[in-house]
Design a protein around this ligand. Sequence first.
Ligand code: 5GP
Ligand code: ZN
Length: 135
Amino acid sequence: MRDDNCIFCKIANGEIPSATLYEDDDFRVIMDLNPASRGHSLILPKDHAANLFELPDETAAKVLPLAKKIGAKLSEGFGSDGFNVVQNNGECAGQTVFHFHTHLIPRYKGDTVSVKWVPGKLAEEDIEKAKSLFS
Ligand code: 5GP
Ligand code: ZN
């Protein structure tokens, strides 16, 4: 359930203090120590899962409603103009802490936050490949 070497396990379960905004049986929501913007916060499950693919469905199903609830408060309270919900899996996707977490990032007109990519063009081969995975 918990990984003794995982810093987010320790934070989520209160062994390491954090700026906690919300807590229930399954989650702790904390402010990011190095925020991308004012109000940037993280949803941490209390049980260890390295990433989305390890997260039990029951826990996963609670993440988006929680993101909505906390995100709405942050957005209103900080007066943000937009809002990103970001979740990274794997080093090459930008994950640096290998305990599932969801970023709540209030956005402000003219801010310097970057959650962007260069748009490509959908290839026929990739449509076929992807569709074949579900047939
Ligand atoms: P990732 O890059 O894995 O998606 O995001 C990890 C996030 O955790 C980063 O935004 C980083 O600033 C934040 N973070 C890393 N260590 C700590 C910590 O000890 N406390 C808090 N509050 N945030 C942390
Ligand atoms: Zn952990």
